[in-house]
Design a binder for this molecule. Structure first.
Ligand code: UD1
Length: 421
């Protein structure tokens, strides 16, 4: 099993360019199923989740080409199956977007339950509620979700989500795009990648409005045509580099970001003592590595993202004073990495949804294991800031979502290498 070996203590300095957003890419690539011609998607990150998704799409009959780095061309004219390869589907979370896309285009889909990061129980009842509201018959059996419809029964409808769910919002948007009539999603998620998906679909001919607010309206169209679209930069990848510099100290220009998307993260890092300067499409972060305590509660966008919980926890572990970190999206997320951070010297006390973190002067290197993607990113940050050598195992989680992380960190002066057993 491959692992990362990090020798901590170096300040991070220089420039890093952020890749296309993972969570937008994994929604937009399945959305290409809805397009009746060739579409070109740019700024696609080269990460394992994207590679798996492209394999699933190829296997369904989509013509997929990667003419240059970061560019994928997809032609879904000749799709021959509505049952994606279950083994591949189980390798990632966002494969559930195939349900909405196949249902909209073919009125049916038979999709295995997804895998991916299991840092909490991750129900899909809201996705299913949405499909049913649109007129689909939904059966769940033997780890599959089977969607069928009688001719003429699928049409737009009002869906009010019981919880703000990114996945359900995306899936219902996909499912509704090619249906007759109007769909209204109330209590919709507002994450930047929801807006990105709507922009992609609208570029291809869809009629979606309100993305980025809590009410998204989809007026169904008969078909989508081809076109070219570039994915937005990854908010969480950018946040991870910003947190890494805050924790280790240094001076880095984080390029290819949308500063507005980063406000919820940069405002906290600034509160902790990092110096943040926003430019049009870049953010400079400077830090002495000496941070102050703060209070963070994760929330859906525009709140502080749960996907940054673990990384900010490392900053808190090194900050003077006692910080308070409350998780309100996935309660069990602390368990993916806190024990590992404690083995590096972090003082974390978890009580239900809240962790109290007493900052220490230095963490110390240790052998640690990533249990999910963002936990892995946090352990890398901890290793960069720690005294001595840290080995991070289970790095396939990290490679699911961070493009060229070794090259990017090495260019900033980090001592990190990937080792194969
Ligand atoms: C997406 C992101 C993930 C991020 C999460 C929260 C993608 C591919 N993944 O995951 O990185 O951590 O948003 O920002 O974009 N819920 C239900 N029923 C449902 C769906 C969700 O109860 O049918 C609950 C979940 O248990 C959770 C909350 O709603 O408590 C939010 O989940 P959701 O936004 O759906 O997360 P994902 O789309 O799976």
């Amino acid at each position: 099993m491959a692992r990362y070996e990090i020798t901590g203590g170096n300040a991070l300095c220089g420039e890093v360019t952020i890749s296309g957003a993972k969570n937008a890419a994994v929604a937009i690539l399945p959305a290409a199923i809805l397009v009746g011609g060739k579409c070109r998607v740019e700024n696609v990150p080269d990460i394992s989740d994207v590679r798996i998704l492209l394999e699933i799409l190829r296997d369904l009959g989509v013509d997929v080409a990667c003419p240059e780095p970061g560019v994928v061309e997809l032609d879904s004219t000749e799709i021959k199956s509505t049952t994606p390869n279950p083994e591949l589907v189980r390798k990632m979370r966002a494969s559930y977007y195939l349900m909405g896309a196949l249902l909209s285009r073919f009125g049916q889909a038979n999709v295995a339950l997804p895998g991916g990061c299991n840092f909490a129980s991750r129900p899909i009842d809201q996705h299913i509620k949405g499909f049913r509201a649109l007129g689909a018959n939904v059966e769940e059996a033997d780890d599959y979700v089977n969607l069928t419809s009688d001719p003429e029964t699928l049409c737009g409808h009002r869906v009010s989500l019981d919880v703000v769910s990114v996945g359900a919002t995306v899936n219902i948007m996909l499912a509704a795009t090619l249906l007759p009539g109007q769909t209204v999603i109330e209590n919709a998620a507002k994450e930047p990648h929801i807006v990105d998906l709507a922009n992609f679909l609208n570029t291809m001919g869809a009629r979606i409005s309100g993305a980025g607010t809590d009410t998204v309206k989809i007026k169904g169209v008969e078909q989508l045509f081809g076109g070219t679209y570039a994915i937005i930069p990854d908010q969480i990848e950018a946040g991870t580099y910003l947190a890494a510099v805050a924790a280790t100290g240094g001076d880095v220009l984080v390029k290819n970001v949308i500063p507005k998307h980063m406000d919820c993260i940069t405002s906290k890092l600034a509160e902790m003592g990092a110096e943040i300067t926003n430019f049009d499409d870049a953010i400079r972060v400077r830090s002495s590595g000496r941070l102050h305590d703060t209070t963070v509660k994760t929330r859906p966008y525009p709140g502080f993202p749960t996907d940054m919980q673990a990384q900010i926890c490392v900053c808190m572990s090194l900050a003077k004073g006692v910080s308070r970190l409350t998780e309100s999206v996935y309660e069990t997320r602390f368990f993916g990495y806190c024990t590992e951070l404690q083995s590096m010297g972090a003082e974390i006390l978890i009580n239900g949804k809240t962790a109290m973190i007493t900052g220490c002067e230095r963490l110390r290197g240790a052998e640690v294991t990533a249990r999910d993607l963002r936990a892995g990113a946090a352990l890398i940050i901890a290793g960069l800031a720690a005294e001595g050598v840290t080995t991070v195992r289970n790095i396939h989680f990290v490679e699911r979502g961070y493009e060229n992380i070794i090259q990017k960190l090495t260019a900033l002066g980090a001592q990190i290498r990937r080792l194969d057993d």
